[in-house]
Design a protein around this ligand. Structure first.
Ligand code: SF4
Length: 382
């Protein structure tokens, strides 16, 4: 029903995909590939009794290997790719006379809300698929030979997500490529933690390991996708840097404070002769107010980021639940720290992303990029 896919209120009734994933893990003819969303690294340890210091991304990669996945990739890589595609789309958009604003499309809770309740703005949604769908398309289209060489007949792609809405997004037929379904199953963080407990994985004792290459390297810009304002900030780091030909300020999205009457953040930004008005909202109640203000002409923006869950994916409906405790802020601090400590902080600096464009995708918005990484938003609904 609507509440399930709008998340987070459907969290308790969401379908479980653990059996499907176990079947694939036990099938010797299947190559199992798993990817983990940015916000998962801030919360997975809560369900297996790890402290924030213990629950590192490296230990999370080892925990996934302990469950038997053949390849462990990072959705953060695809978040960097999303910035390349969506950022390029925005640079074209801002120079056009298309109706304002362009809206982000990486949150399926928001995309479903827009398609059901505000169909008039659907043409303004970015055509970029959400990062885990992009990763699924890359995996299905580039790993087939490696799978066959290893004696595997097919690839089963699993996403570990903070999100219930992504379980339904991956079933949308229009989000498949020639390689087949982009993503075969979505596990919430709670399901991931449940599997670790089912198999008695001693997470605290695991060594830290890297994600597999080449779909595992990412930047700090991708990590902050997991909190509200992160997609916008990541996009602006790259867009401003491309426009000015020099590194942008890391505080590009230092927005004005939100108020109850105006529950979103906004900022005006100028670079290379272009002025861009941006806004960031999370939570569907706040989103509704922002959309009403846009419709009445009270405000006008060029680029708007919306996340359905309050605080973004850190507060997602698939995250561990601790009653009476608000964890979105603590988890946001984890992501911001990982970003600050990362030696790479802009998506276009990711060397594996650069390599992917050289070897496969040519350039952002190329024909093959459109085939694999974009969708026609007007053709489907969740
Ligand atoms: Fe899913 Fe994140 Fe959107 Fe919530 S904010 S619906 S967790 S993508």
């Amino acid at each position: 029903g609507q509440c399930i896919t709008h998340c987070p209120t459907g969290a308790l009734t969401a379908r479980s995909d653990i059996d499907k994933v176990l079947d694939a893990l036990l099938d010797p003819e299947v190559m199992t590939v798993v990817q983990v969303a940015p916000a998962v690294r801030a919360a997975w340890g809560e369900g297996v009794k790890l402290s924030r210091e213990q629950a590192t991304p490296g230990r999370m990669a080892s925990a996934l290997r302990a469950l038997g996945f053949d390849r462990v990739f990072d959705t953060d890589f695809a978040a960097d790719l999303t910035i390349m595609e969506e950022g390029s789309e925005f640079l074209e958009f801002v120079k056009s006379d298309k109706p304002r604003p362009m809206f982000t499309s990486c949150c399926p809770g928001w995309v479903r809300f827009a398609k059901l309740h505000h169909p008039e703005i659907v043409p303004q949604l970015s055509s970029a698929k959400s990062p885990h769908q992009m990763m699924g398309a890359l995996v299905k289209n580039t790993l087939r030979e490696a799978a066959e060489a290893g004696g595997k007949k097919r690839i089963f792609c699993v996403s570990v997500m903070p999100c219930v809405a992504k379980k339904y997004e991956c079933d949308v037929p229009e989000l498949s490529t020639e390689g087949g379904r982009d993503v075969d199953a979505v596990l919430t963080v709670r399901e991931f933690d449940r599997m670790l407990r089912m198999f008695s994985v001693d997470c605290a004792a695991l060594e830290e390991t890297d994600f597999d290459s080449p779909l595992g390297l990412s930047t700090g810009a991708a990590t902050i996708f997991g909190r509200t304002g992160g997609v916008m900030e990541a996009a602006l780091r790259t867009a401003v840097s491309i426009l000015e030909g020099a590194p942008a300020s890391f505080e590009a999205c230092d927005c004005t404070a939100a108020t109850p009457e105006h529950p979103w953040m906004e900022k005006e930004l100028s670079a290379a002769g272009l002025t861009v008005r941006i806004a960031v909202a999370s939570g569907l109640g706040n989103t509704e107010k922002l959309l009403n203000a846009l419709e009445s002409g009270e405000v006008a923006y060029d680029f708007v980021e919306i996340m359905a869950c309050p605080g973004g994916c850190v507060g997602g409906g698939g995250q561990p639940i601790r009653f009476n405790r608000e964890l979105a802020k603590e988890r946001t601090a984890v992501l911001d720290k990982l970003d600050a400590e990362d030696s790479l902080r802009m998506s276009h600096d990711n060397p594996d992303i650069q390599k992917l464009y050289k070897t496969c995708l040519e350039k952002p918005l190329s024909h093959v990029a459109h085939e694999w990484l974009h969708t026609n938003q007007e053709e489907w609904t969740i």
